[in-house]
Design a binder for this molecule. Sequence first.
Ligand SMILES: NC(=O)c1ccc[n+]([C@@H]2O[C@H](COP(=O)([O-])OP(=O)(O)OC[C@H]3O[C@@H](n4cnc5c(N)ncnc54)[C@H](OP(=O)(O)O)[C@@H]3O)[C@@H](O)[C@H]2O)c1
Length: 300
Amino acid sequence: MTNAAGQGWTGDATPRPPKILIPKILILGGTTEASALAKKLAGRPEIDVVLSLAGRTAAPRPEPVATRIGGFGGAEGLARWIAGNGITAVIDATHPFAARISANAASACRVGAVPLLAIRRPCWARQTGDDWIEVESVAACVPALGEVPKTVFLTIGRQELSVFAAAPQHAYLVRTIEPVGDALPVPRLTELRARGPFTLEDEMRLMREAGITVLVTKNSGGAATYPKIEAARRLGLPVVIAQPPVLPDVASVSDAEGAAEWLVEHVAGRARFPSRQGGGERVVSANTLSASAEPGPSRR
Ligand SMILES: NC(=O)c1ccc[n+]([C@@H]2O[C@H](COP(=O)([O-])OP(=O)(O)OC[C@H]3O[C@@H](n4cnc5c(N)ncnc54)[C@H](OP(=O)(O)O)[C@@H]3O)[C@@H](O)[C@H]2O)c1
């Protein structure tokens, strides 16, 4: 039974607290930043969190928040999902090279007038001693390797490996999380299945033992995979490095900490009570929720 304002009310003497509409945050993930943010937000009663993964990794690390897996069906599908699941704000914490989902998030949030924040890690910057050949995309790494056969440490993930089939003269050491399968049909391929973070010592040992003559990587930024860049510098190896794609111009912070602060300031500090007057809601500060002055509805 409910009272006139639609609030829970069991009848004679047992008032229930008013229903609180908790902000519900969608984190678009697949990165260390998304995992870090999920850990920060887990278990906070004033906020509801759903982490979304594309499903590229067969056994993703378990996260301490509700997790959904799989595409949404483009920008329109994402907009429908956001509306259908009552999402209050979206955090785009996807990888800097995941340009499509970032574009979809920008479009869907614009359509649905839902606040969007992106976590954009700074790219790695060239340091003294780095021998970088910077190119505009992963595909452009292939001609940058040149015609002379090399031993290539390929650390670009699995999805775009096939472009290197155009350069079968090289030997490839390919490090991926998922099996390479038939993604790169070249005569000399060594597969290494591993998930970062990696240490500088291990990266140097690996490159030395494998006789690597060039590293190929995306300029993904972040600390987790930076040791390979430092290892190449110390070993005097050239690095063919793909620059990230242009991403939508949206509000952004550089890390999970910044995203958590933004959420507190813009979203989680506001929880909604259904209006007593009906038709609409009113906003209260989350700080006041636990000690809310809202008594259960009194009988008249
Ligand atoms: N690209 C990389 O180098 C890289 C590296 C590490 C991690 N990742 C992570 O792997 C995922 C896929 O990367 P990508 O480069 O393939 O992305 P993408 O090209 O931007 O996205 C392709 C499609 O995958 C789906 N998708 C991507 N991220 C999703 C997410 N978090 N939740 C639900 N669906 C998602 C979307 O499908 P629908 O259109 O059907 O919604 C999207 O249109 C991303 O979440 C990214 O954070 C990527």
